[in-house]
Design a protein around this ligand. Structure first.
Ligand SMILES: [Zn+2]
Length: 248
């Protein structure tokens, strides 16, 4: 019965929808609303105050690392976390593919976020394009407990290690067209899968958003040879497990 749980969107840039974020807040979706910088962190927190179905995640996207002061950003985000009792950071991480030129700054920023996550017992929504191994090693170093590898397209041999740490693998509607993502679904155990939209984002002509989550479940169910209701329930359980492991 689908009435009991909602569709899981473990990674959505809700603030980017402007005022129309409201349409995703009917209870049809359970979301982690991620941010990209300090301004959007504040916006996201404000939206989530009015939307009980979205958990706010604050932070600086690795693509923005070259544009900010690492020290000031970390201070500001840690202040937000403490003052407003926020329990997720995101979208944070490392990117060797799209912004290799700022990698060292990204790493300083990300290590700062990991220290904050470790001290405040926070969950993380991670961007790790081309830096999957670097990120996993750092997560272990800082003993972070609750993690989603958003839109995982990393090495298949890393999946077992990620799952053994109790971390989650984010699966995106790009699955309809991205072969690399399809093999990830085949390899990852369903107990470690979380669905996400990454909306609003355009990927190879596909307009990513929560509207695609239902079809995404269908596609996962076909690839895993498991009934769609079972996938739906398992993903909902995975989401509850993730959120309840850090919620205070
Ligand atoms: Zn994103």
């Amino acid at each position: 019965m689908r009435a009991v749980s909602a569709l899981v969107d473990s990674h959505i840039h809700l603030y980017e929808y402007g005022d129309s974020w409201v349409k995703y807040c009917s209870g049809r979706y359970s979301m982690i609303a991620v941010s990209d910088d300090l301004t959007s962190s504040l916006e996201t927190f404000d939206i989530c105050r009015r939307c009980p179905h979205a958990v706010p995640a604050v932070g600086i996207h690795p693509w923005n690392a070259g544009r900010v002061s690492v020290e000031d950003s970390l201070k500001a985000i840690e202040k937000l976390v403490s003052e407003y009792n926020i329990y997720f950071l995101g979208e944070v991480g490392l990117d060797r593919i799209f912004h290799p030129e700022t990698f060292e700054i990204q790493r300083k920023l990300f290590e700062g976020f990991l220290r904050i996550a470790s001290e405040h017992r926070l969950g993380l929504s991670i961007h790790a394009a081309g830096a999957w191994r670097d990120v996993l090693d750092l997560l272990r170093k800082y003993e972070v407990a609750a993690v989603v590898f958003h839109w995982y397209t990393g090495p298949l041999e890393l999946i077992d290690e990620i799952v053994n740490e109790g971390f989650f693998i984010g699966i995106n509607p790009a699955l309809f067209i991205q072969k690399k993502h399809e093999v990830v679904v085949e390899k990852a155990p369903i107990e470690a899968i979380l669905t996400e939209s990454d909306g609003p984002y355009r990927y190879r002509g596909l307009s990513l958003g929560p509207e695609l989550l239902s079809d995404l479940l269908e596609k996962i169910s076909q690839l895993k040879h498991v009934g769609v209701d079972e996938v739906f329930e398992q993903v909902a359980r995975n989401f509850s497990k993730l959120v309840s492991s850090v919620r205070r």
